[in-house]
Design a protein around this ligand. Sequence first.
Ligand SMILES: Nc1ncnc2c1ncn2[C@@H]1O[C@H](COP(=O)(O)OP(=O)(O)OP(=O)(O)O)[C@@H](O)[C@H]1O
Length: 238
Amino acid sequence: MTVVPASDLATRSDTALEAREICLSFGQTPALRGASVSISRGEIVAVMGPSGSGKSTLLHCLAGILTPDSGEIVFAGRRLDTMTENERSAVRRDRFGFVFQFGQLVPELTTEENVALPLLLSGVRRTEALRRARPWFERLGLRGMERRRSGELSGGEAQRVALARGLVAAPEVLFADEPTGSLDSLTGEQVMELMVGAARDQGTTVVLVTHDPRVAAYADREINVRDGKAAAIDQARR
Ligand SMILES: Nc1ncnc2c1ncn2[C@@H]1O[C@H](COP(=O)(O)OP(=O)(O)OP(=O)(O)O)[C@@H](O)[C@H]1O
């Protein structure tokens, strides 16, 4: 009989990312109270729930930005919560992408440098990083804006640049916290269409926090967070 090591089994599984019974408090405030979620490879998941319910905290734990007080985070078969800070930051840099509500572009850099940034931080040479950033301008309708700085972009343009930056290194998981929260609904829908299209092309798993049911409708599945606990929404009700 061949014994398959548990690590191999985990690598072969379809699960990209998992939180198991995670708890996290900020001082006396419990933000997560035993939240569990399991996200498949290539799946696009919307995390919904009332303000203050723990959505962003859950996303930050899944992304290895925050470490839970108890429970486990498993990414690609490995415990993220027990890694050293250096290992976790290498996972964030090399295997995860991020898009936040206000884009958070580096104002001193041109848009093409902003898009290329994750590659530069991973040690890709500048010419090569800029070469790989270039197709994203065409793809996201940003052609001609390569040399602008973030102050010279509209909100929707800046958010598309942020999206390109989040996806340029072909991350395994893209974390998006209210990526359309600062945009009007039409611009928000354009950003969502681009995000979902690009993520599907690359096979990127997406964890998306949103208040907006129209944004959540782009996801394959909704997870509802209430009082620091997560529950999958019955798909039949959607
Ligand atoms: N850095 C922090 N320090 C102290 N308390 C915090 C911190 N971050 C979050 N909290 C608290 O943890 C709880 C969950 O916050 P979290 O931001 O995860 O909720 P959320 O569902 O994302 O809310 P929103 O939809 O308003 O963004 C809230 O009670 C919040 O006040």
